[in-house]
Design a protein around this ligand. Structure first.
Ligand code: EPZ
Length: 426
């Protein structure tokens, strides 16, 4: 099992190029199931979850080419025939976003046999809203032996109001509604940029969607969708992670190939802590030459401060003068990074959904354990400013959503290397 070894204390200087957004690429790959023609997706990130999705689609009978050429990371998916419209527990348990195939399979094949995702490190993460919405669209759903079985002769349009804002729930039903008979109106939808990116692909495939990116989305069903070519948006969470890395290490980083319009709340919050940035059309420059000051932060659905940046923000808060109260409103168990940060010398007290972070703490390198994707990123950030060497184990969590993170960090001066099994520091 790979580990990352990081020696802290080096300011990061130079340019980091942001990869395509994992959380846009995953639903866009699932959308290819809706047509028997080729769908070409560009700017695909080279991360583990994309490989998992490739396996998932191939197991159903789709042709999936995935290439990471220097010029462009691209996948071409052609679901001409789908012999097995299902997603096995073996794959779904490694990536809960596999449930994104549920809506497309019912819409395209009239049947889907998809494993329930089961628990996850950051929370229960049920898919009851996906199922409720599919039933509104006319699917018959049964659940047994850990699987969801969904069938429908043809889905029909409906009025859907989400009890809670759900990103993949919005995406799953958006895809299903494109081939339903009649119009569907969905309210209380997720407004994340990744939803709008998926809708852009679906409309390029011939769907008739309006309102994506707002809380009300209208879909006029069509009988068939055709192939298309689409470029995935940049990863706003990767960009936010590197901006914090530049700020934390007192560096001067130019983050290119990003979309600052997706970063407004993150940049506003970081400015409140004293982080200085200059924003251009597709880049953000961060200068960490100012002392950091504490600022409270609440995670909210987009356009609020993203829950996927909470762990990274907590690492920053340990280096800010004063008390920062970090409140996690989206998931019930997303503070596992706090225990590991405490072992590095941070001063954090967890009270239910709130983490009270006292800064500035001198962090020291330690052997730590990654528990989930964004917690791992938080530990990398802390290690970059800790005194001495940190060994982060189970970095496969990190590899799920960050493309070549050690190469990108090394290129701007970080002392970081990936190793196999080694003994923790004495
Ligand atoms: C998406 O997960 C992202 N994953 C997550 O990113 C992200 O943290 C999350 O949205 C919130 O922004 C992808 O896009 C692949 P939700 P998703 O449904 O869709 C509850 C990362 O690090 N809920 O918006 O699974 C749920 O329990 C990952 O890249 C229900 O109760 O999240 C949670 O409390 C981690 N019933 C809240 O809604 C449902 O049917 C929001 O979850 C669905 C969700």
């Amino acid at each position: 099992m790979d580990k990352l070894v990081i020696r802290g204390g080096t300011p990061l200087l130079g340019t980091v190029r942001i990869s395509g957004a994992k959380n846009a690429a995953l639903p866009c790959m699932a959308a290819a199931l809706l047509t028997d023609e080729p769908v070409i997706l560009e700017n695909i990130p080279q991360v583990r979850d994309i490989e998992t999705t490739r396996k998932l689609l191939a197991a159903m009978g789709a042709d999936v080419e995935l290439g990471y050429g220097r010029a462009n990371h691209r996948t071409t998916i052609c679901a001409r025939t789908l012999a097995a419209p299902e997603a096995s527990y073996e794959l779904v348990k490694t990536m809960r976003a596999s449930t994104l195939v549920l809506g497309p399979l019912v819409a395209r094949c009239g049947r889907a046999h998809v494993s329930l995702p089961g628990g996850c490190a950051i929370g229960a993460r049920p898919i009851d809203l996906h199922i409720k919405g599919l039933e509104r669209l006319g699917a018959k759903i049964t659940q047994e032996h850990g699987y969801v079985e969904a069938t429908a002769d043809r889905l029909h349009g409906a009025e859907i109001v989400f009890d809670k804002i759900t990103v993949t729930g919005t995406e799953d039903l958006l895809m299903a509604a494109t081939l339903a008979e009649g119009e569907t109106v969905m309210q209380n939808c997720a407004r994340e940029p990744e939803v709008a990116d998926l809708a852009a692909l679906l409309n390029a495939m011939g769907a008739k969607i309006t309102g994506a990116g707002t809380s009300t989305i209208r879909i006029k069903g069509v009988s068939k969708l055709h192939g298309a070519r689409h470029r995935i948006i940049p990863d706003r969470i990767e960009a936010g992670t590197f901006i914090i890395a530049g700020a934390l290490t007192g560096g001067d980083l130019n983050i290119t190939g990003c979309d600052p319009a997706h970063l407004t709340t993150i940049l506003a919050k970081l400015e409140e802590t004293g982080v200085k940035t200059t924003v251009k059309t597709d880049s953000v420059r961060v200068m960490g030459d100012q002392p950091l000051r504490a600022a409270d932060m609440n995670t909210e659905e987009y356009p609020g401060f993203p829950t996927d940046m909470q762990a990274q923000y907590m690492a920053l808060a340990t280096q800010a003068e004063g008390t920062s109260i970090v409140t996690e409103n989206i998931f019930e168990n997303r503070f596992m990074h706090a225990q590991e940060l405490l072992r590095m010398g941070a001063n954090i007290k967890i009270e239910g959904r709130r983490a009270i972070v006292q800064g500035k703490s001198a962090l020291s390198g330690a052997a730590v354990l990654a528990s989930d994707l964004r917690a791992s990123a938080s530990l990398v950030l802390a290690a970059l400013v800790a005194d001495g060497e940190t060994i982060i184990d189970r970095v496969y969590h990190l590899d799920r959503g960050y493309e070549k993170i050690e190469e990108k960090l090394k290129a701007v001066g970080a002392q970081i290397r990936r190793v196999g099994n080694i003994l923790p520091p004495r």
